[in-house]
Design a binder for this molecule. Sequence first.
Ligand SMILES: *Cc1c(COP(=O)(O)O)cnc(C)c1O
Length: 376
Amino acid sequence: MLPNDPTPLARREVRELQRYNAGLSSEQVAKRFGVSQIAKLGSNENPYGPSPQVGAAISSAMADSGLYPDAACSLLRDALSARLGVTPEQMVFGNGSEDLIAILCRVFLDHGDKLVTITPAFGLHTLYPHSLGAQVHAVPMLADGGFDIEGLIDALAVPPRMLMFSSPSNPVGSALSASQLEQILSALTPATLLVFDEAYYEYALASPGYPDVLTQLAEQQTPWIVLRTFSKAYALAGLRVGYGVVSSAALADLIDRLRTPFNVNRLAQVAALAALQDEAHLQAGLAATIRERERLNQALTEMGINVVPSLTNFLFFETDQPSAQLHETLLAYGVIVKPWLEPEYTCWTRVSIGSPDENDQFLAALSRSLRPPMIP
Ligand SMILES: *Cc1c(COP(=O)(O)O)cnc(C)c1O
């Protein structure tokens, strides 16, 4: 042991933890590969940016930056609860919804507790549970990209402390139907907290048959939280605002005990409120993304690639080569995607739906990367 090495002092779970793969920045790729035009399609960011009203709201709030933010996010709380038809006491806020995921894990998961999720999964749905020494039971998605309802219900037979997954799923892009959700809700007992991560809610809403999750949950007699975010459809990923709707004020109170008191900063609060009020900007971005998603889906299918139909702002597709290798090849063309690294999914890649130009750059780079080597 080096005299100054703190590693042995860390908790065992932390020493064994795999880091979250946050991907490369445009600057890093530009520098490493000497390319100037970067298509950053690895983090499901919104290429159209936030409402112009966000800039105005932030500018006028700047003068008060010396003051702590409203710890209760009151204005945002009132606006969102009215819009969603829930009580203000049913809302919780986070420094991004990932903050809420971390808090929920710290509140509910003790060493040895069981968490049920799906695989492939959003990395933080397993990273935080692992960091606390929880046992992660991941139910694989079906070959067609659907949720394995029977598998999930079997996994609930001995009630886990928490059931956490995203629907629409990141990275797969598929979602539970109303009847599938009903089946899962019927299998839950009060011993399990359901964490329903609906980060792509606004995109999915445009798809026919997408369930009204909050309405279905309103009847549920076991504890639940629905997580949403301003990072994706509202294009505020850089400002970090997420929220949850909870089954009872008691759950909000437990979350409040372990959050940092000022976890949503002043500028983020006014930005989210302004973004929420610009419905036209939101709808224009959603429509453009959905149009491009379908164009990309068709192009990939025509290239003979297995791609899962998506309700989100990304597509999940399978290639013959390991996605880590494809990712490296695409980087040389200035295209950043997310290679999936979970076992069983290492030939799968997630690509975010960018602007039309970025998507063209991705398609051109992909077809060059997949072209079989020339026979000399
Ligand atoms: C992007 C994403 C989040 C995180 O959103 P933030 O609000 O930016 O923290 C949470 N869950 C899923 C499934 C996501 O894809």
